[in-house]
Design a binder for this molecule. Structure first.
Ligand SMILES: Nc1ncnc2c1ncn2[C@@H]1O[C@H](COP(=O)(O)OP(=O)(O)OP(=O)(O)O)[C@@H](O)[C@H]1O
Ligand SMILES: [Mg+2]
Length: 291
């Protein structure tokens, strides 16, 4: 590659990095970039909990979408969340990630970080990664460029242009490529990937930031059976290294990956236990699984 082409490539990636700040799914993320809010390695888990919600409520126009919700997750746990449409699953994730502010209750990351004191970009920086349902990869960039982009702290176009992976980041990128089953597609343009591969790539982009907690909203919706199976393997491989909260309606997927399943209904916990336990629960059958 000539220096000219290299320069053009760097400019392209930098431009996208800039767009990414300006046009994120939740909007307005640029506010606190470049401001380190907390050292994510300092999340205090001495009480055996990485995430802790206590009596959280939020109303929209008088409708209580989340109602006295209490829930906690252990470090390294893979928690599955199920429940009928409108139960409040996505809203719960909105609250954890700072997109929605609850009217009351407490939300803690570890035992000392009060998440209600932080905004959305700050919470991402603290080590909580979120995957929305729709894949949001940069279609015209390669798999490699998408992952590289995930590492950039967009402090401006110029800084991004001269961004270069250090050896630790290169190692991380190689490890993530392998984890998300895309090692053979590193130079492939993201737009040509299958739906499932795009979802994996976006999970890979989150993993580049090494989040302690990952929130995944309906990750296998629209995937083929094969892609769903590979995603189950992927999540099981992440368990232990990260804590995961997975919202899904696909029960066979839940069966493959779950330890503890929490059933949400009307904005609070209806039941919790193994999948067999909650599937046998009359109240769960009534509101969700059907007779
Ligand atoms: N920003 C908002 N403004 C008004 N109502 C909202 C808002 N966000 C969520 N709701 C309402 O809160 C309730 C819970 O919605 P939520 O999207 O959290 O459900 P869900 O459990 O994720 O459902 P699904 O399985 O369909 O994704 C719904 O009745 C929804 O219409
Ligand atoms: Mg939802």
């Amino acid at each position: 590659m000539t220096p000219d082409l290299l320069q053009k490539g760097a400019e392209r990636v930098a431009r996208v990095a800039q767009q990414r700040v300006e046009a994120t799914e939740s909007g307005g993320r640029s506010a606190s970039y470049g401001r380190v809010v907390h050292d994510a390695s300092q999340v205090d888990m001495t009480h055996g909990r990485i995430l802790y919600l206590e009596e959280v409520s939020v109303s929209f126009d008088g409708f209580k979408a989340i109602n006295q919700l209490s829930l906690d997750i252990a470090p390294g746990e893979l928690r599955c969340i199920i429940g009928p449409n409108g139960a409040g699953k996505t809203t719960m994730m909105d609250i954890i990630t700072g997109k929605t502010r609850p009217d009351e209750g407490r939300v803690f990351f570890g035992s000392t970080i009060d998440l209600l004191r932080y905004n959305e970009p700050e919470i991402a920086q603290l080590g909580i990664g979120r995957k929305f349902q729709k894949p949001t990869v940069f279609e015209h960039l390669s798999v490699f460029e998408n992952l590289e982009l995930a590492l950039k702290t967009p402090k401006g176009v110029k800084a991004s242009m001269f961004f270069k992976l250090d050896s630790r980041q290169s190692d991380r990128l190689a490890e993530v490529l392998h984890t998300i089953h895309l090692a053979d597609s590193v130079r492939v343009q993201a737009g040509t990937l299958s739906h499932g591969q795009k979802q994996w790539l976006e999970i890979g982009m989150l993993l580049m930031q090494d989040p302690q907690l990952l929130l995944l909203d309906e990750p296998v919706a629209g995937m083929t059976d094969f892609e769903t199976e590979r995603t189950a393997e992927l999540f099981l491989s992440l368990k232990g290294k990260h804590s995961l909260m997975v919202v899904e309606h696909d029960m066979s997927f839940i069966r493959t990956i779950s330890d503890i399943v929490t059933v949400l209904c009307d904005g609070s916990v209806l039941a919790q236990g193994t999948l067999d336990q909650v599937q046998a629960d009359e109240r769960v059958i009534e509101v969700y699984l059907g007779r």
